[in-house]
Design a protein around this ligand. Structure first.
Ligand code: GDP
Ligand code: GDP
Length: 436
């Protein structure tokens, strides 16, 4: 299920990124933990009183060398495209400016709820000044001070009240997947090739939500899939659609909505930092995963080429050791016929449940073959293991002392679980708990 999306818009210096960080709170965006990523994050998951949502700071998407007004209008358009609710930040210090009005005019074009947050209301005396912002035409403004943390709760109350009813219709049988990767690796060619080999389902429900950009199709064997559009697959045109930040944002949004993510590499060019960044996010998000090496038709091969390329990927993406690698070509369609069945299998693995009795037999066998480690004469004892979640499969192991569970032994346990059950293509999470 996807969360509602909140986008923050407004001219520069009103405090958008301060508001973003305030709402994001201590939740460090997962992407930041992966090497080389964003000093300035623009996308995060957040929560207010149990309501989950995703938050975008459009101010962080800088649109190249475009003039100031183009920048802010494009950012407002991104907000309209991506969000369910828009937080329009203005500053009490300057009052209503021309640039604010420019942003307002773009936002009028959409029917998304817009909440005006008047920032920098650092003390109560300034509160009287917020009513000028009624003139923007979005109803009663909310006074906040993002540096002081004042009014943020009221703002979030209002945001949450404005979320649309999420239709549960999304709970269907179709398997959702997305293709992510750098520009020009062949994502759109692959999507077109895959759709070309299967029957695309034409929806009779008029697409009004942002999810309408998904394309459902059914294979010959009757399995239903839906491919999620990522940046630039369907339309390339708007200035912002060619910026890397936007591409990464769209990829992250697509990953969040996917059951299985296909990381596309270009066999001609090898592996780049940007590939690792987005793949890292998919891994952290716990999605099923396949690595596609596209443009395989362009590579001069001998009998070692494939193995060498595979070794390179395994070295560069060590944390993705569970993801199968397949070598494909959107042009010759090599191996594309294998893809739906593989995606289906990985989706099954991603939601696989193992009964506790079977699981504990496997763990006990494992311990018998490779006894638990000791530290200072104290031995790790494993009492019981149980699966607590799917998507991805998550196991809790109850032990006498979590300190005694070394990384290498945990990996041994994971490998034993993977040997006993089919978890190809999905991460597996293992959590240790001390038995009370
Ligand atoms: P953005 O360009 O809209 O993302 O704005 P920033 O978040 O970078 O903030 C611009 C400036 O306004 C920074 O110097 C912030 O410290 C300051 N600022 C942000 N929020 C507040 C606030 O609530 N009160 C005051 N006095 N300054 C703020
Ligand atoms: P995207 O930006 O990732 O969506 O990439 P495109 O699908 O637009 O492809 C970029 C370029 O690579 C286009 O010129 C495609 O024709 C070409 N291309 C895509 N897939 C293949 C492939 O498998 N083999 C070859 N030789 N060219 C490809």
């Amino acid at each position: 299920m996807s969360n509602p999306v909140v986008a923050i818009v407004g001219r520069p210096n009103v405090g958008k990124s301060t508001v973003f960080n305030r709402i994001a709170g201590e939740r460090i965006s997962i992407v930041e933990d992966i090497a080389g990523v964003t000093r300035d994050r623009i996308y995060t998951h957040s929560e207010w009183l149990g309501q989950k949502f995703d938050l975008i700071d459009t101010g962080g998407i800088d649109i190249g060398d475009e003039p100031f007004l183009t920048q802010i209008t494009e950012q407002a358009e991104i907000a309209i495209n991506e969000a369910d609710v828009i937080v329009f930040v203005v500053s009490v210090k300057e009052g209503v400016t021309d640039a604010d009005e420019k942003v307002a005019h773009i936002l009028y074009r959409s029917d998304k709820p817009v909440i005006v947050a008047v920032n920098k209301v650092d003390n109560p005396e300034l509160k009287g000044d917020i009513y000028d912002f009624y003139s923007l035409g979005f109803g009663e403004p909310v006074a906040i001070s993002s540096t002081h943390g004042i009014g943020i709760g009221d703002l979030l109350d209002q945001v949450c009240r404005s979320f649309p009813e999420m239709n549960e219709q999304e709970e269907d049988n179709e398997i959702k997947f997305s293709l992510i990767g750098r520009p020009n690796v062949g994502k759109s060619s692959l999507v077109n090739a895959i759709l070309g080999e299967n029957r695309v389902i034409v929806s009779n429900i008029e697409g009004t939500t942002r999810d309408a950009i998904d394309t459902p199709f059914v294979t010959e064997s009757g399995d239903e899939f839906s491919v999620i559009d990522t940046a630039g697959i369907r339309k390339k045109g708007k200035v912002y659609e060619n910026t890397e930040k936007y591409a990464v944002l769209r990829a992250m949004r697509a990953i969040d909505r996917s059951d299985v993510v296909l990381v596309v590499l270009n066999a001609e060019e090898g592996i780049r930092e940007q590939d690792k960044r987005v793949a890292g996010y998919a891994h952290e998000a716990g999605r099923g995963m396949i690595i596609l090496v596209n443009k395989w038709d362009t590579v001069k091969k001998d009998n070692r080429t494939m193995q060498e390329f595979e070794d390179l990927i395994r070295r560069e993406f060590q944390y993705l050791s569970y993801a199968p690698i397949i070598f494909v070509s959107a042009v010759t369609k090599q191996r594309l016929d294998k893809l739906p069945a593989l995606i289906k299998r990985i989706n099954e693995n991603h939601e696989r449940r193992i009964s506790s009795s079977v699981l504990n037999d496997v763990i006990m066998d494992a311990i018998a073959r490779n006894p638990t480690p000791t530290d200072n004469g104290k031995r790790l004892r494993i009492y019981y293991t149980t699966q607590v979640a799917v998507k991805p499969p998550t196991f809790v192991i109850f032990v006498n002392d979590t300190e005694l569970m070394h990384f290498s032994y945990e990996r041994f346990i994971e490998n034993q679980i993977r040997e006993a059950f089919d978890f190809v293509g999905t991460p597996v999470h293992i959590i240790e708990r001390r038995r009370k």
